[in-house]
Write a protein that binds this ligand. Structure first.
Ligand SMILES: CC(C)(COP(=O)(O)OP(=O)(O)OC[C@H]1O[C@@H](n2cnc3c(N)ncnc32)[C@H](O)[C@@H]1OP(=O)(O)O)[C@@H](O)C(=O)NCCC(=O)NCCS
Length: 311
């Protein structure tokens, strides 16, 4: 059998070669170490004002806590990353890029994008769309596999007594018409509009813990664009990372449905969504189809914050 004759062997070889060549590229950018590069690109995705806690960084990068801590300290002493006290939690700090850090992170991102574009130059142009679709399928499969692993860990440890601070992983499922009363109750409790829930129920997801619905989120799909709506967590269950989990799950389901851009409108949760990679945009940048939706018009006043995330 040839070394790369199975899909698994091909994926491993692709990952090995690509990571190795990207590493060679990124080490050229101001000599930053690999973990520092990951930290820079991750911080570039969050809103400067909201920043990211070190804990959230560890969670997002799935890298060793001590490595990240060392990389952050080095970046802070280089004047690339700034630390400031967390507004709500005295034990925690928020990290964000300084002006110098933003320049360095953008330079790094451009280098990595240019490298990926160079790789594509070795592929016939008429095959680009096909490769793009195949990669999107692979990304979706990897996302689902990671989610399944998380769910398994959660169910394996269901019988343990856990400290309240420990993060529990929700079990996600598609909503159905039968769930509409429970969803609407959660939305009313969260002060969110219930307009159009029934019409878009096929694109609603539920986050359950111990069989009980604790989080909900939905999409209104308009071609390759979608409005992220109705993100709500039971008031008794907030600040347990359920909000972040439901947003990520709904975005993964959008990715699986071929959505490229997700938009939202929020009155009070701008920092929450910024921490998940959403960026503030102007009204003119929202596509007409999304603007027309009754939910978009119902979700708060004209002064509400509009945000976008490219999937
Ligand atoms: C917004 C909401 C979904 C967050 O859910 P949650 O489970 O409490 O949030 P998580 O535990 O996943 O995330 C906690 C993080 O988000 C931040 N956060 C939570 N709610 C926030 C809000 N309304 N504004 C700003 N930041 C918020 C926390 O400070 C924390 O930050 P950290 O990780 O840096 O410490 C929940 O508060 C809710 O249902 N609110 C009412 C409905 C709503 O406003 N929905 C959004 C508009 S569609």
């Amino acid at each position: 059998m040839q070394p790369h004759s199975t899909p698994g062997a091909l994926v491993r070889e692709l990952s090995r070669l690509f990571v190795r060549s990207q590493r060679a590229q990124s080490s050229c950018v101001d000599g930053a170490s690999n973990v520092q590069c990951h930290v820079l690109t991750e911080l570039l995705r969050v809103d400067e004002l909201s920043g990211l806690t070190q804990h959230a960084l560890v969670e997002r990068l799935s890298l060793d806590k001590a490595w990240i801590s060392r990389a952050v300290d080095a970046l802070v002493s280089d004047g690339v990353v700034a630390k400031r006290p967390h507004e709500d939690d005295k034990r925690s700090v928020k990290l964000s890029l300084t002006a110098l850090g933003r320049i360095r992170a953008e330079k790094l991102e451009n280098t990595l994008n240019a490298h990926a574009a160079q790789v594509f130059e070795h592929i016939a142009v008429d095959q680009h769309a096909q490769i793009h679709d195949a990669l999107a399928v692979l990304v979706s499969a990897l996302t689902q596999s990671a989610q399944a692993a998380l769910n398994k860990t959660a169910s394996d440890s269901d019988n343990e007594i856990k400290p309240a601070s420990q993060i529990d992983t929700l079990v996600f499922e598609d909503a159905s018409m039968l769930d509409v009363p429970a969803i609407e109750a959660l939305l009313v409790q969260a002060n969110l509009s219930i307009v159009g829930v029934r019409r878009h129920i096929a694109h609603f997801r539920l986050g359950k813990f111990g069989g009980k619905i604790v989080a909900v989120g939905g999409l209104e799909i308009y071609g390759e664009q979608a409005l992220l709506r109705s993100i709500a967590v039971d008031t008794e269950q907030r600040n347990k990372a359920y909000g972040k989990q439901i947003v990520r799950d709904v975005c993964h389901s959008a990715q699986r449905a071929g959505i490229r851009d997700v938009y939202l409108k929020t009155v009070s949760a701008r920092a929450f969504f910024a921490g998940l990679g959403f960026q503030v945009i102007a009204y003119e940048q929202v596509p007409a189809s999304v603007k027309k939706s009754s939910q978009f018009r119902a979700a708060g006043p004209a002064s509400a914050t509009l945000m976008h995330c490219a999937l």
